[in-house]
Design a protein around this ligand. Structure first.
Ligand code: ME8
Length: 517
C-alpha cells in the first residue's frame, strides 16, 4: 500500500547568530509532529534549514570581518547542530545557498512575471534590516534618540531609495480574502489568523521585491543588477524542497505542504505574501500555516542585551533532552506565548515524568520481576475497572491523532496524563501488593492491565520523548520488529509469558545540587 505523503516545514532560521531556545522550541514541535506522522504510517518529509541571503547577513559578515559565505557556512552548521542536539529528525536541511534553490526562486519569479504581476519602479520608504521588512511611515515612529523605529517590532528602520521590482500585491486582496473565507483553517490559531485577515482587509499595497544596493541574494532573472528581496527567495525554499520546478521529481508528491510551522512574528509573510506569490505563479497553496507563540524567560523577552538568551545545549545538559522536549510541548498551549523558568521545568520533570509515569512503571515492573518470574503476566477475566481503563488507553490513539492534526500538542499530552492519573488511582485501589498474598491470579491481571496501559502510553510518547519512550517499550518487552512500535501496534496487546529485562528507572527526578558553587 502506498503511504500518504505528509510535508511539514519549520521556518528557516537566519544564520546571523546562533539558534536559541525559541528556535529549538520550533524544531522540537515540528519534529514531534513529523515523528507522530511517521509512526502513523505517513510518507513524511520534514524540512528545516537556514535563510542565508539579504542585507542583514551581509552586514553581519561585514561586522565580523568575514566573507559572507564563510559566515553563513559557519552559522548554518551551528544551527544544524542544534537540530541534532534536540533530536530534530529533519529529512532535508535546506540552505538557501543550495544550487537547486536558486533555480526554484528564479522560476517562481519568471512565473509571477509571466502572469503580469511584476513591474519595475522606484522604492522610497523605510526598511528594517533586522526584520528584513518594509514599513509605511505610519508604522514607524521617530524616538528621542533621533532614530526611527518600527512600532510593531521596535527595530531601527532606514530610509531607502532605489530602483526596485514590485509585485502587484494590491491585486490579491479579494483573492486572499476569498481564500480565508473558503479555508477557515488556512492559518491557526484563530486569533492570530484574525490579525492577518484584518491586515488584508485594511488594504494591500504593491510589494518591493528586489534590491540593487547590495548583491548577496538570488539574481533576478533577466536583470542581474537586482537581487531578489530575501523573503521572496526564503519562502520559495518550501517549493525547492518539493523538487520545484521539476514536477516530475519524485519529491513533487509532497506539494502542497500540509503545514508550515512558524512563529507569530512572521505570520504576515506566510499567510499573505506567500499565498499571493503562489496564486500568481499558478501553484497550489499550502494547506495550513500554524503560528506558534514566543517563549519568554520568566515572562521577559530574550535579548542579547539583557543576557538572558538560553542556549539549548545548556538546558539539555541540565535537565536531559526528553524532559526539555516534554516541557516545550506540555507546558504551553501551542499557539500561545509561554514562559519558562527553572522551577517550571523541574515541576514537569519531577511531577509528570518522575512521579506519575516513572513511579508507576517502576512499581509495576518491579512487582512483575519479583512475582511473575520477569515475564508479562497472564490476565484472567477482566473486571469492569480493568476494561474501563484498557478502553481509555485504547482511545488515546484517536484522541492524539485529532490533537496532532491541529498541532494541539499540550492537549495530546494532557489526555495521556489523564489516563496515567487514572492508572495510578487504579493501582492504588487494586493493591496488587495485597493481592499477592490473597489472590495471586487477580494480582497478575492487575499487573497485566497496568503494563498494557503503559505500552500504549509508551507508543504514543515516542514522538515527544523518543529516547525515554524507547526505554519504556524495552522494559515492557516490546519487540523492535513487525511494526510492534508504530501505531498499528494499537491493534496488538502484550503477550503473556514474554520475558522482561530487569527494571531500571527511566524517568529520574531532578535533584537540586546542594553545593553553593
Ligand atoms: O524569521 N520563541 O528567521 P528567525 C519562539 N528567516 N519562537 C521564536 C522565538 C522565540 N523567542 N524567536 C524566534 C526568520 N522564533 C526568517 C524565516 S521562513 C521562510 C523565513 C521563531 O531566525 C520565529 O518566529 O528570525 C521563526 O518562526 C523562527 O524562530 C526563525 O526565526
Amino acid at each position: 500500500m502506498t503511504k500518504t505523503p505528509y510535508y511539514l516545514t519549520t521556518a528557516i532560521t537566519y544564520p546571523n547568530g546562533v539558534a536559541h531556545i525559541g528556535h529549538a522550541y520550533e524544531y522540537v514541535s515540528a519534529d514531534a509532529l513529523a515523528r507522530f506522522k511517521r509512526l502513523d504510517g505517513f510518507d513524511v518529509f520534514y524540512m528545516s534549514g537556514t535563510d542565508e541571503h539579504g542585507l542583514k547577513m551581509q552586514q553581519t559578515a561585514e561586522k565580523e570581518g568575514l566573507p559572507v559565505k564563510e559566515l553563513v557556512d559557519r552559522n548554518s552548521e551551528a544551527i544544524r547542530e542544534v537540530h541534532d542536539l534536540v533530536g530534530s529528525s529533519y529529512d532535508r536541511f535546506m540552505r538557501t545557498t543550495d544550487a537547486d534553490h536558486y533555480a526554484a526562486s528564479q522560476e517562481i519569479w519568471r512565473r509571477m512575471e509571466a502572469n503580469g504581476d511584476i513591474y519595475l519602479d522606484k522604492y522610497t520608504g523605510w526598511y528594517s534590516v533586522r526584520d528584513e521588512a518594509y514599513y509605511h511611515e505610519d508604522e514607524t515612529e521617530l524616538r528621542e534618540d533621533g532614530i526611527r523605529y518600527s512600532k510593531e517590532t521596535e527595530t531601527e528602520v532606514t530610509w531607502t531609495e532605489e530602483e526596485s521590482y514590485f509585485f502587484r500585491l494590491s491585486q490579491y486582496q479579494d483573492k486572499l480574502l476569498a481564500l480565508y473565507q473558503a479555508q477557515p483553517e488556512f492559518a491557526a490559531p484563530r486569533y492570530r489568523f484574525n490579525e492577518v485577515i484584518s491586515f488584508v482587509k485594511s488594504g494591500l499595497q504593491d510589494l518591493s521585491i528586489s534590491r540593487t544596493s547590495f548583491d548577496w541574494g538570488v539574481p533576478v532573472p533577466g536583470n542581474e543588477k537586482h537581487v531578489m528581496y530575501v523573503w521572496v527567495d526564503a519562502l520559495t525554499n518550501y517549493l525547492t524542497g518539493a523538487g520545484f520546478p521539476d514536477q516530475n521529481s519524485e519529491k513533487w508528491r509532497y506539494w502542497p505542504a500540509d503545514v508550515h510551522i512558524i512563529g507569530k512574528d512572521i505570520s504576515r509573510f506566510h499567510a499573505v505574501y506567500w499565498p499571493a506569490f503562489l496564486m500568481s505563479a499558478g501553484i497550489e497553496l499550502p494547506k495550513r500555516v500554524m503560528i506558534h507563540g514566543f517563549l519568554f524567560n520568566n515572562g521577559v523577552k530574550m535579548s542579547k542585551s539583557l543576557g538572558n538568551v538560553v542556549a539549548p545545549a545548556d538546558w539539555v545538559a541540565e535537565y536531559g533532552l526528553d524532559a526539555v522536549r516534554f516541557f516545550f510541548l506540555r507546558e504551553v498551549p501551542y499557539g500561545q506565548d509561554g514562559s519558562y523558568s527553572h522551577e517550571a521545568i523541574i515541576g514537569r520533570k519531577n511531577s509528570d515524568l518522575a512521579n506519575n509515569l516513572g513511579n508507576l512503571a517502576q512499581r509495576s515492573l518491579s512487582m512483575v520481576a519479583k512475582n511473575c518470574d520477569s515475564q508479562v503476566p497472564a490476565a484472567g477475566e477482566f473486571s469492569a475497572a480493568d476494561t474501563a481503563l484498557l478502553d481509555q488507553a485504547e482511545a488515546l490513539l484517536e484522541l492524539n491523532r485529532g490533537y496532532f492534526e491541529v498541532q494541539d500538542f499540550h492537549r495530546a499530552l494532557e489526555a495521556i496524563w489523564t489516563v496515567l492519573g487514572d492508572t495510578n488511582a487504579y493501582f492504588a485501589e487494586q493493591q496488587p501488593w495485597v493481592l499477592r498474598k490473597t489472590d495471586p491470579e487477580r494480582m497478575q491481571t492487575v499487573l497485566y492491565v497496568t503494563l498494557e496501559v503503559l505500552r500504549r502510553v509508551g507508543l504514543l510518547l515516542q514522538p515527544v520523548m523518543p529516547e525515554s519512550a524507547a526505554k519504556l517499550l524495552d522494559a515492557l518487552g516490546v519487540s523492535h520488529d513487525d511494526g510492534a512500535r508504530d501505531f498499528s501496534a494499537f491493534a496488538m496487546v502484550l503477550v503473556a509469558g514474554t520475558s522482561l529485562p530487569a527494571p531500571e528507572p527511566i524517568f529520574p527526578r531532578y535533584e537540586e545540587s546542594t553545593s553553593d558553587s
